[in-house]
Design a binder for this molecule. Structure first.
Ligand SMILES: N[C@@H](CCC[C@H](N)C(=O)O)C(=O)O
Length: 257
């Protein structure tokens, strides 16, 4: 049996994409998810996304990390929107469902603008910060992200007992200007640094923007540039959070199952 797949990337965060409107992909087969995401034995990706029909939305995005765990993925959602546009499911605007709830998106050329869920607030964590942007994110500001031991430090914070049992993603954020940062992320579920993390840069932008009275922050990652805009509310929450950046189909193929 063969599976048709598409490969997408959003600022270097890469995903196996499956058109599963026929519901023939077994979502409970996590060994298969792990094999498809394996860079030596499969297609290779940070995560896998199945697109399914939903009665109340344009589509549903079902996201798995490379290790088979599930959470919200910002870059993956932008790629899922581009893929649904490619499949003809959506035009320039869409409303779809992800694990953290409904999302809206706008496609303008190569860019996908994604409306994220509201954020309740920012927690202080011994000089660092924590917030949930659909996925959990620890934020640490560093003077220089280049050369920073992202894997070692990220892994140690990801497994810190304060985040047990679920763990957290970990972002190291270097300020570059009043409205610009460089972000490197250790991703839970990939268990390594990825070239970019959408929910992570969103978290970094919110913390940095709130500290510098900015409601729009430019983001540099190892995989490219994104931007985040948001509204700060008097109760410490954040809403109208938009993650903006490119999403691209890289190749497609068939793999033997
Ligand atoms: N790469 C993603 C985040 C995916 C989920 C994360 N690894 C987790 O398990 O929390 C993004 O672009 O947001």
């Amino acid at each position: 049996m063969e599976l048709t797949f598409y490969k997408y990337q959003g600022t270097g965060n890469d995903f196996v994409m499956i058109d599963d409107r026929a519901e023939s992909f077994d979502l409970s087969n996590l060994d298969l998810v792990r094999t498809l995401c394996d860079r030596k034995f499969g297609i290779g990706a940070d995560g896998l996304i199945a697109i399914r029909n939903h009665p109340d939305f344009d589509f549903e995005m079902i996201y798995f990390n490379a290790d088979g765990s599930q959470s919200m993925c910002g870059n993956g959602a932008r790629c899922a929107v581009a893929f649904s546009h490619f499949l003809g499911i959506v035009k320039e605007k869409t409303r779809f469902l992800a694990i953290d709830g409904p999302h809206e998106a706008i496609i303008s050329g190569e860019q996908v603008e994604l409306l994220m869920g509201d954020v309740q607030g920012i927690e202080a964590k011994s000089g660092d910060f924590f917030l949930n942007t659909g996925s959990p994110h620890h934020i640490r500001f560093v003077e220089k992200a280049e050369g920073y031991p992202v894997f070692e430090e990220g892994k140690s914070i990801r497994y810190d007992s304060v985040y047990a049992p679920g763990g957290t993603n970990v972002n190291f954020v270097q300020p570059m200007a009043e409205d610009e940062v460089f972000v490197r992320t250790y991703e839970r579920g990939v268990e390594n640094e990825t070239l970019s993390c959408g929910t992570g840069v969103t978290a970094a932008a919110i913390v940095y923007g709130a500290q510098h009275q900015q409601n729009q922050v430019k983001i540099n990652t190892l995989g490219g540039k994104l931007s985040v805009k948001f509204q700060s509310n008097p109760d410490g929450s954040f809403s109208k959070i938009w993650l903006i950046g490119p999403a691209e189909q890289v190749f497609s193929g068939k793999i033997k199952l």
